[in-house]
Design a protein around this ligand. Structure first.
Ligand code: GUN
Length: 282
């Protein structure tokens, strides 16, 4: 069994990005800029945003964190996005989700200029992902998952993949990427009939349903590759969607929580931001 060490792999990516950013600074006197918007006090979102800002500092990307109280109007948020869309020093705009209930997340994400959609949440970005065009932005967690899968050097063509979770941020886009690689892909959820049977048949399992220790040892076949996207806080402790202790005994490769998919998400965000910057400079 090999642990897919997202922390280590992401650090190597960040080092590479840091070098590229330093080169741009030297050659053209400019660095990429990322705007991160957070609305309200969601504690998990605050932790994620802090990690994103910290990663920017590490790589030399200029981050602009914009904090709004939970009671701002959707209009106020949209006008901030409009301002950032027009700001040439900003290459990427990220609105941390979830947003307060009185806001329409799709409408807010759609307001971001497509060339600055470094989260890859817009229909234009997701459409390109599904048809396999690579000049758009792939959402960060799915992109990080595919990067981890590449580290195994296993050809996904003809493999059986099961994704648990059908969110727009993870489940649906990662399914699209797996399909593009030729994996026979099923998207399930916690209420899927015969889920255990489907999981036992899977060469690759991506668990992204947000339920602590949901996938247990009896649900996976020997040699399966296990990607755990879950970050569940229970009594101040972090749990993935996979029971690591049980499943790691059967898996060929497995991601830990924390230190697996999480840091990869952040590395891919920085990668997308640099991509946007470089496109703008062409
Ligand atoms: N909330 C959970 N994951 C993400 C993410 O990748 N990006 C944003 N913007 N919000 C999130």
């Amino acid at each position: 069994m090999t642990i897919l060490d997202g922390k280590k792999i992401s650090n190597a990516i960040l080092e590479e990005l840091k070098e590229k950013v330093a080169n741009h600074k030297e050659n053209i006197g400019k660095v990429p800029g990322l705007a991160v918007i957070i609305v309200g006090e969601n504690p998990a979102s605050q932790i994620y945003v802090r990690s994103k800002v910290k990663a920017c500092e590490k790589v030399g990307v200029k981050s602009t964190k914009i904090t709004f109280p939970s009671n701002i109007s959707e209009g106020e948020l949209l006008s901030k996005i409009d301002e950032l869309n027009k700001d040439s020093s900003i290459n990427g705009i990220l609105v941390q989700l979830p947003l307060p209930k009185h806001m329409d997340e799709n409408k807010v994400c759609n307001a971001i200029a497509t060339e600055k959609d470094v989260d890859g949440f817009k229909p234009e970005s997701l459409g390109k992902l599904f048809i396999g065009e690579n000049d758009g932005y792939i959402p960060c967690t799915p992109q990080g998952i595919m990067y981890l899968l590449e580290q195994t050097n296993i050809d996904l063509y003809g493999k059986t993949a099961v994704v648990i979770g059908r969110s727009n941020i993870v489940g649906k886009p990662v399914a699209g990427l797996l399909i593009n690689k030729g994996a026979t892909t099923t998207v399930c959820n916690s209420r899927t009939k015969n889920l255990t049977e489907k999981l036992r048949d899977a060469d690759i399992i991506v668990a992204a349903l947000g339920s602590p220790n949901f996938v247990t040892g009896d649900m996976v076949k020997d040699g399966a590759i296990i990607i755990d996207v879950g970050i569940n806080r229970v009594d101040k402790k972090l749990y993935g969607d996979v029971n690591f202790e049980e499943v790691s005994k059967k898996a060929s490769y497995i991601t830990p929580v924390p230190g697996g998919v999480g840091p990869m998400t952040i590395a891919m965000l920085l990668k997308n931001t640099l991509k946007s910057f470089e496109k703008g400079e062409k």
